[in-house]
Design a protein around this ligand. Structure first.
Ligand code: OAD
Length: 284
């Protein structure tokens, strides 16, 4: 009952918050203007030092410093393209060449060469020092694994592999030739990213494990996500329900900021993570 009430409340708030200008959002625990960045970094380092089971939920924002564009906001993909036209499963089934030409080919060029930035490296460091257990990521770029995190739940699948739409054989994306669009499998079927398109189910294992990790953690770092896409945006709600602290790192407020997050550290993931790690290392 409590969970349903929480879900309804969150859904209501995310709808309402999207209708409001960001300056209208109330700030939950304190007035951000009165708290300096240094205080927030110290607070986060203290909270991490005290935590026993930390989980991170990440989104496109953590990869922008690696040169991968986000979906929403300034310079976001959905500013240029309608996601329903190129990122919906119906669009892929209707016109795979169009989806490859507009979205997948460009994404392949960027992801093939992208490398982890300080945001990814900071989360890997947190795992190495025994704090961070699991990363739940909405990203499909594989950069958390490249940085060294070993338990990464890919909520929206991944871009490392392409899958034949006919026989399901998989091909490593880096090795797929794009001279002909759409690229095809040996059987003649069309290849598609092994990632989740709008209108498709979240892989069951990812959904179940994420929910479990969220419910078990005592601190969740929510880094670089606009938190408007469900069910990923529910993970901090599940964490909150079982008493976890929620720390957001994002240059912008999100629908979580007012009601779910304990505090928001307004800044870029790489810069903020560097400062948190530095401060934390002095404590442990
Ligand atoms: P969005 O593009 O919706 O949001 C990116 C977030 O990152 C925004 O809140 C930005 O303010 C923030 N941001 C930008 N630069 C940042 C930086 N340097 N450091 C930290 N934060 C930064 O991306 P997601 O929330 O990941 O789904 O989007 C969720 C899902 O929507 C994606 O997985 C994708 C998309 O449509 C599918 O394709 C199924």
């Amino acid at each position: 009952m409590k969970k349903i009430a929480g879900y309804v409340k969150t859904t209501y708030h995310s709808i309402v918050n999207r209708l409001l200008p960001s300056s209208f959002y109330p700030t939950r625990s304190f007035n951000l203007n009165e708290v300096s960045m240094d205080d927030l970094i110290r607070r986060a380092a203290n909270d991490l030092a005290a935590a026993g089971n930390v989980v991170a939920l990440t989104g496109a924002g953590i990869s922008t410093e690696s040169g991968i564009p986000p979906f929403r906001g300034k310079g976001g993909l959905w500013e240029k393209f309608d996601p329903m036209e190129i990122a919906h499963i119906d669009a892929l089934m209707r016109d795979p060449a169009k989806v490859w030409n507009i979205l997948v080919k460009e994404m392949k060029e960027i992801v093939d060469t992208a490398t982890p930035n300080d945001g990814h490296k900071g989360l890997a460091k947190l795992e190495k020092i025994g704090k961070l257990k699991t990363v739940i990521t909405q990203n499909i770029d594989g950069l958390h694994q490249a940085a060294g995190n070993t338990d990464v739940i890919e909520f929206h699948g991944n871009f490392a592999w392409q899958r034949c739409m006919d026989c399901s054989r998989k091909y490593e994306t880096r090795k797929v030739e794009v001279a002909e669009i759409p690229p095809r499998c040996g059987c003649g079927g069309i290849l598609r990213p092994d990632a989740v398109f709008f209108g498709e189910m979240i892989p069951q294992d990812a959904m179940w494990r994420s929910r479990q990790a969220a419910s078990d953690c005592d601190l969740m770092l929510v880094v670089g996500t606009s938190a408007v896409v469900q069910p990923a945006a529910l993970m901090p709600v599940y964490a909150k329900e079982t008493g976890a602290k929620i720390i957001e790192i994002n240059p912008e407020r999100t629908p979580l900021t007012a009601e779910i997050s304990d505090y928001l550290i307004m800044g870029k993931a790489g810069e903020v993570m560097n400062q948190i790690i530095q401060t934390l290392e002095q404590k442990i």
